[in-house]
Design a protein around this ligand. Sequence first.
Ligand code: B12
Length: 236
Amino acid sequence: MTDTNGGENDAEEEVEDELLLEIQQSIIDLEEDRTEELTKQAIDEGYDPLDILQKGLTKGVKTVGDKFGRGEVFLPELAMSADCMRAGVQHVDPLLADLELDDEDTGGKFLIGTVDEDIHNIGKNILITMLKANGFEVVDLGVEIPNEEFVEAVKEHDPDILGMSALMTMTMDHQEEVIELLEEEGLRDDLKIMVGGAPTSKEWCEEIGADGYGDNADAAVEVAKELVEEHRAAKA
Ligand code: B12
């Protein structure tokens, strides 16, 4: 199994930078305009777009998610935090699109979707931007993809990698179910499988027999590159 925890851009790291902390706080305060303004300021000041994304925006939205989990805020606040996130991401996204992690262009084909009963797509879409920036051809199936639809899409698109995003403990089992279905259809060994999303982990990836995990988009792209190479080498 291939994985990485994201190295220097690890979202779990303690953030000390004032502006990044302000970006986090603007999401916690649900001030969408402020998030947008501060994100633009950070871009103008030359901050690394991955830092803005991971140490600012993502940490902020996850804090609101934690409060929601503890019953301290409710669905309207959760939705507003997503609006804040998007207000920032729309400005970071074009920079991510230009961000090649290295010179190597593997030219891999990545099929991706969010699993059934799950509508979360902000993280998936960020990952897609970064995969494309790194030379991947991406087929995005969208959200709430039934297990069988993943299998049909694998048959249709013949990807190097299938990626499944799941943001909820009650939907992550679909990742395992899709792998089982692919096994039943004799397709499992013809592709690499990556899993991601907040409740997933390296351990979960191993447990369900996936090939790779990434806890953020740049880590995931690095893993994807290795897996494409492995896949191409095995096919050669
Ligand atoms: C924003 C948000 C929403 C938004 C989603 C908007 C959208 N279009 O995506 C809205 C308000 C709509 C929403 C709805 C709900 N949500 Co919500 N939501 C969140 C929140 C706060 C942030 C998610 C997010 O965007 N994070 C930012 C991105 C950048 O990070 P990310 O998604 O993790 O993605 C990164 C990595 O994980 C990785 N990655 C992601 N996908 C993949 C895939 C692959 C293959 C790989 C390799 C890597 C990878 O790369 C990404 C980029 O770095 C989370 C809290 C959290 N801790 O995640 C709760 C959370 C996921 N939601 C939760 C819940 C319960 C819900 C609702 C059921 C609430 C309700 N009562 O209706 C509904 C779900 C409806 C449904 N059927 O899906 C819970 C789930 C709890 C659980 N244990 O399962 C959470 C954890 C909040 C909580 N603590 O309670 N939500």
